[in-house]
Design a protein around this ligand. Sequence first.
Ligand code: ATP
Ligand code: MG
Length: 331
Amino acid sequence: MKNKKVMLTGVRPSGNLTLGNYLGAIKNFVEKQNDFKSYIFIADLHALTSYVEPKKLKESIRNSIAMYLSCGVDFEKTTIFKQSDVLEHGFLGFIMTFQTKMGELQRMTQFKYKSQNVGKFGVDTGLFVYPTLMVSDILLYDTAIVPVGKDQQQHVELTRDLAERFNKKYGDVFNMPDVFIAPIGNKILNLQNPEEKMNKSDNGDNKGTIFLLDDIEVAKKKIMSAKTDSLNQVKFDEENQPGISNLMSILSKITGESFESIENRFKNKGYGDFKKEVAEAVGDLLKDIQEKYKKYNNENFLKNILQKGAQKARRVANKKIKEVSKVLGLN
Ligand code: ATP
Ligand code: MG
């Protein structure tokens, strides 16, 4: 256990978890959790960058922990905690903000995307600076590997830049993390709008987003009515056939079948047959997760896990903060 490197990832409790969250981040984490000292956290401070009704936030936090377990996170092996239970995240977040240039934050695609409607001066500063909090989430635990979806790659790169900058100024305090982005399923697209990523905080009628707690039949229908194209060939071609390619990624990531094999099997078949198979695979996955969810969704049980997780995370984070304070001259 001692020699194992650290793996860490987190998800914002900004709604119910989606198929994108599972295939892009959680599944990869689960597959590696035995090979690392593993931490998974509920990024509740990050959820506050946009307004979430407090009652809903509370619900989403609980939903997330139960979901992690239902997706295969092993609470005996992995430390599961809530970010706001470990005050050190905020402390280091503040320090790391001071190491960051405005230009670096302005370049973040998430910032650009989310500030689109309100403009640079109307955007909440939380949306602007939250990457430095993410930097701290990672650096506090000497993280070696961060399994995330493609949209988060830039934030891990920022983490490396800031860690290097800090280490150069103050000494070797932070470990340099690597991002892990799986080759398949790293950006699941909205089923109705395959130009955009599937988001858990998407509103509208949600036909484009599969939530892990969706009614199985509803989820299958969402796959069946996914937007495709008129080329009538099951082929992995993200540029010309984003909808079909997205469904292929979903199927391949769930079953492990290669794109080539999928293409061959559906060579002379229509989109209906193909979609039906994707819908079945998604339905089976959700059924399995939801059965476990029923078992794990118990308040005292979840509370207990979070308490233990917080204790452990605090110990590690506090040690790092002491190191940071010392090199800064704050001790
Ligand atoms: P929000 O709308 O609140 O930003 P989100 O679905 O983007 O929700 P996050 O909490 O921001 O979820 O991200 C959690 C993890 O899930 C990250 O590692 C992120 O890269 C990954 N992820 C999110 N959406 C997708 C997606 N569509 N495909 C693959 N990975 C995804
Ligand atoms: Mg997101």
